[in-house]
Design a protein around this ligand. Structure first.
Ligand code: KIV
Length: 302
């Protein structure tokens, strides 16, 4: 059947079908997301915090994203795979940005790229789209600018900020973006943008009125037991389950319960051993036959 096209997301919006996205960073996760019927995943630079242990996404490199995009593409046949352009990979010059985006598609196999920002990136988005690179925008709280914002704060609360975000969204659509992530903005603003745009909006911390939702893999699966952003929800508690499983494993190894005979391969038996085992089997069978004979009722001629 082949991979879905980015246009299918617009068709979903036209049919008022909500679009469910999740971040994804490796092969088994991609297989699970595909099996769950998720239409599109993002190899997000959030991997910097949830996988690599950084305190922001700023240190993530293009090679990090490439490294994680490849297995996600290998683990999926149908899903749209959007690769995030990390901080520094599209700010230096538009030429470099195009080269980097092309690498994510050529080497990584990504269907599309995502980059953060409003009017500042509009000319770049226009060039990328003209070059055949599908682009997803990202407005509101753009985590690569966390230091400029002074933390992970809700954006677009004042009238002026809200108007700017709406204007940026319209410009990104005009520049050819196929969808826009709206992160941490008031629900009413997200509703207004979603109504005005023909391309889908994908919310995270933007309320229920967007055309779709994206969440971080580790958050929705409860892989980080001691942290959950306010805009997320755990649909499983895998972090706790993983810990229990590892404790059980440690206990079984320490107590000599694992590995047991079931996991043990004996060395190749010699011919004498094979014959001895065969003889034992025959002898056991013979004994069983004799016992069955003795137990059988004696037939008489009467
Ligand atoms: O990197 C990421 O995971 C993201 C999503 C939160 C939209 O950009």
């Amino acid at each position: 059947m082949g991979r879905r096209s980015i246009h299918s997301l617009r068709v979903m919006k036209e049919r008022a079908e909500r679009i469910c996205m999740v971040t994804c960073y490796d092969y088994p996760s991609a297989r699970a997301a595909e099996d769950a019927g998720i239409p599109a995943v993002l190899v997000g630079d959030s991997l910097g915090t949830v996988l690599l242990g950084y305190d922001s996404t700023i240190a993530v490199t293009l090679d990090d994203i490439l490294h994680h995009t490849k297995p996600v593409v290998r683990g999926s046949e149908r899903m749209i795979v959007v690769a995030d352009m990390p901080f520094g990979s599209y700010q230096v010059s538009d030429d470099e940005a195009l080269r980097n985006a092309a690498r994510l598609m050529k080497e990584g196999g990504a269907t599309a790229v995502k980059l953060e920002g409003g009017n500042r990136v509009v000319p770049l988005v226009r060039r990328m789209v003209a070059a055949g690179i599908p682009v997803m925008g990202h407005l509101g709280l753009t985590p690569q600018s966390v230091h400029q914002f002074g933390g992970n704060k809700v954006q677009g609360k004042s009238d002026a900020d809200a108007a700017q975000i709406l204007e940026d969204a319209c410009e990104l659509e005009r520049a050819g973006a196929f969808a826009i992530v709206l992160e941490l903005i008031p629900a009413e603003l997200a509703r207004e943008i979603s109504t005005q745009l023909r391309i889908p909006t994908i919310g995270i911390g933007a309320g229920p009125h967007t055309d779709g939702e994206i969440q971080v893999w580790h958050d929705i699966l409860g892989l980080i037991p001691d942290f959950l952003p306010r805009h997320s929800q755990r649909f499983a508690k895998l972090g706790t389950q993983v810990r229990f499983a590892l404790e059980n494993y440690r206990h079984a190894v320490r107590e000599g319960i694992f590995p047991s005979k079931a996991q043990t391969v004996d060395s190749k038996p010699s011919m004498n051993q094979i014959l001895a085992e065969l003889f034992d089997e025959l002898e056991a069978q013979h004994r069983a036959d004799v016992e069955a004979d003795i137990a059988a009722p004696v037939e008489t001629d009467a």
